[in-house]
Design a protein around this ligand. Structure first.
Ligand code: PEP
Ligand code: MG
Length: 329
């Protein structure tokens, strides 16, 4: 068994019809980087940087501390790409110092719809530039990409690129080395999925945050157990938004990946491949089983039936039926 897993780790993820699939790891701390490599990941598709900011009282990491953490992850990945997401705090990941947010929470407002992720970063421009400088500097040590969470407005896109330009200028002025980094947006709000063509005039790539996309499309709070049974990744509206995002990104020749839980769920692998997805980012422990699934898929098989599945009121049942049908296994 051990030898088999070892072989699997070094087997490239290629489908039966020869499509190369990129399997990336989601990490929370630089210390997780070795487990990503052990699992056979070909890079990090999501480094949730907010974990550097949480559980430390009122104190937040400065530029140097962040730079060291990002550099550690980049060096550990030995030349493989590392996608660093700017802080995604708020909602289910509050900072100790977000007293205002907690106050609102007590008053019954929904923090998932409040000041979180890029909204928080843009409300703290000094902090945002500090993080951007730390990431840009880590880019001098390997292949680094910046990923911005929860973008929903074109005005945010403009502010993000202005902040980046200023961060680079500040590094130039200080004579600090930094690397070229690609900049991507998370697509996790329906507004962003509907405007992805416009976003892609500015961003180099997009990554689908299906956890939040489901929450915001269905108006189901991820943290509210009373409505957990309605949180449905198979909802036709969710699948449509995902399919359109992947199709648009491919049409504009830009990279697209999925970094939500769906990427690590083998029940969705064939469907996402049929939609044209070739990049999946997941918890390192999920990589082996997703790879085994990829190795057995012929992407052309379901592609012919994709519209049928998407148009169905019960896409999961439709897919299961197609998969159990006359296809070779
Ligand atoms: C997502 O929303 O799918 C995602 C990857 O981000 P997080 O789970 O960290 O909110
Ligand atoms: Mg998210």
């Amino acid at each position: 068994e051990r030898a088999r897993l070892d072989r699997l780790r070094h087997t490239p993820a290629v489908t039966l019809d020869g499509e190369v699939v990129e399997l990336l790891a989601n990490i929370e701390m630089p210390g997780d980087a070795p487990s990503a490599l052990d699992a056979g990941a070909v890079g990090v598709g999501l480094f949730r940087s907010e974990f550097l900011f949480m559980n430390r009282g009122g104190d937040l990491p400065g530029e140097e501390e962040q730079f060291e953490a990002y550099r550690a992850a980049v060096e550990a990945l030995q030349g493989l790409p590392v996608t660093i997401r700017t802080v995604d705090v708020g909602a289910d990941k509050p900072l100790e110092r977000m007293s205002q947010q907690e106050l609102r929470h007590e008053h019954g407002l929904n923090p998932a719809l409040g000041l979180r992720a890029i909204r928080w970063s843009l409300s703290e421009p000094g902090m945002f530039r500090q993080q951007l400088r730390a990431i840009l500097r880590a880019g001098a040590f390997g292949k680094v990409r910046i990923l911005v969470p929860m973008v929903a407005q074109m005005s945010e896109v403009r502010l993000i690129f202005e902040a980046l330009a200023r961060a680079r200028q500040q590094l130039d002025d200080a004579g600090r080395a930094y690397g070229p980094v690609e900049v991507g947006a998370m697509i996790e709000v329906p507004a962003a999925a509907l405007l992805v063509e416009r976003f892609l005039r500015h961003f180099d790539f997009v990554s689908l945050g299906t956890n939040d996309l489901i929450q915001y499309t269905l108006a189901i709070d991820r943290a509210d157990e009373a409505v957990a049974h309605l949180y449905d990744p198979w909802h036709p509206a969710v699948l449509q938004l995902i399919a359109r995002t992947i199709a648009c990104a491919r049409q504009s020749g830009r990279g697209v990946s999925v970094c939500g839980e769906m990427a690590g769920d083998p029940a969705f692998t064939e469907l996402l491949l049929a939609m044209g997805l070739r990049s999946f980012s997941m918890h390192p422990a999920r990589i082996a089983s997703i790879k085994q699934r990829v190795l057995r898929v012929d992407t052309r098989r379901l592609a012919a039936h994709l519209e049928e599945v998407l148009a169905s009121d019960a896409p999961q049942a439709a897919l299961t039926q197609l998969q159990a049908g006359s296809w070779p296994h």
